[in-house]
Design a protein around this ligand. Structure first.
Ligand code: GLN
Length: 378
């Protein structure tokens, strides 16, 4: 059979989490909390199940949840979205990303992506017949080289995919980046896919630059969000996409045939939590403390942290320990030293991998302490 994605293997998250499980290593690789969500959220899901909300949700999502999402965008970003025509609940952020790309990318279209690039983006482009035009973020600050973006834009550019706070680098976009982006796309019909699944996990008092804040960007953007990250329920796989009506109409043509609709009782429970503004207002402080704890625990070791400005990831430079390529070292670190991480080479297409590994600090303090002890021994 002729593969549609000949260079794609098994995602690095599955590879590293399996290796961690097989070897008994502490798993700081795939991004998920090792602590539980608010028990009241589980109770709410169970209550909705007992009350019989167990059949298909509307294709677009449960109205109460779409309304709560729209209210959040208005409250946080001053952006008004119509819950009926501009908000869609998806089975996780990854589904939302795939559907948005598949909805707009035609064979021969180009999509600008930034590396390190989350591993689902390029396959979504290529399976639609598009070409990923890769622009490298500048190591080590992972800033966007806007002049290179300008040079990469052609009449075939259909979309630009951005992600802030950024996985795996933990960099963020600033207001100056948004201004440059707005300049570059003005007068074009380029769409933007803005992966904002870590919108509530941003540190040091800096504000999240959502595309929704800027009218000229909002009008061309699919904004992807995730409840998994916000409510510590990555396994529930519920996210959303907000986009202007003309984009949402195309988006839903895909969504309705990819998953049709998303888990009903979970949507009802999330609607209650979101409406009561539970969880997300304190999330940044919660993870900032964990970031600082992890940094404190490894300070004085041979690992050098890069700035983590958002997400629940921390890049650590290992060049004082070994000159091995990142994948080799990540495998050895898991097998011989009992800590699993993610090599950034899994997200790179052009650039040589720098000597850094990504560690997830969405973990109990005791997990971070145990992992740090092993890391300090190197
Ligand atoms: N987003 C998660 C991470 O970066 C992984 C999600 C997945 O495994 N698909 O670790």
């Amino acid at each position: 059979m002729k593969s549609k994605l000949p260079t794609v293997g098994t995602t690095i998250f599955t590879v590293m989490s399996k290796l961690a499980a097989d070897t008994g290593a502490i798993n700081l690789s795939q991004g998920f909390p090792d602590f539980d969500c608010d028990p009241a959220l589980v109770d709410a899901v169970a209550r909705h199940m007992r009350e019989g909300r167990n059949q298909y949700a509307p294709m677009q999502g449960v109205p109460a949840l779409r309304q709560a999402i729209a209210r959040k965008f208005l409250a946080l970003y001053g952006a008004s979205y119509d819950p009926d025509a501009e908000v869609t609940v998806t089975s996780g952020g990854t589904e939302g990303i795939f559907d948005a790309v598949a909805a707009v990318v035609h064979p021969g279209d180009e999509v600008i992506v930034f590396e390190p690039c989350y591993d689902s983006y390029v396959p979504a482009i290529e399976v639609s017949g598009g070409t990923a035009v890769v622009v490298s973020l500048r190591y080590p600050d992972y800033a966007v080289p806007w002049d290179e973006v300008r040079a990469a834009i052609t009449p075939r550019t259909r979309m630009i995919m951005l992600n802030s706070p950024h996985n795996p680098t933990a960099a963020i976009l600033g207001a100056d980046d948004m201004a440059r982006l707005a300049q570059l796309v003005a007068g074009t019909d380029i769409s933007i896919l803005s992966d904002e699944v870590y919108e509530h996990i941003i540190f040091d008092g800096v504000r999240h630059e959502s595309m929704a804040r800027y009218a000229t960007l909002r009008e061309r953007s699919f904004i992807v969000g995730s409840f998994g990250k916000t409510y510590h329920v990555t396994g529930w796989k519920v996210g959303y996409v907000v986009a202007p009506a003309r984009l949402t109409a195309e988006f839903r043509k895909l969504h309705q045939f990819v998953t049709f609709s998303t888990n009903t009782p979970v949507q009802h429970a999330l609607a209650e939590f979101l409406d009561q503004q539970r969880g997300y207002p304190e999330l940044a402080a919660f993870y900032e403390r964990k970031r600082d704890l992890f940094l404190d625990l490894i300070s004085g070791s041979r690992w050098t942290p890069l700035p983590s400005r958002g997400t629940y990831f921390q890049l650590l430079d290992y060049s004082a320990i070994t000159s091995e390529p990142d994948m080799d070292f990540a495998l050895r670190l898991t097998k011989e030293h009992g800590v699993a991480s993610i090599p950034t080479s899994a997200f790179l297409y052009k650039q040589a991998a720098p000597p850094v590994l990504r560690f997830c600090f969405a973990k109990k303090d005791e997990t971070l302490r145990a992992a740090a002890e092993r890391l300090r021994a190197l």
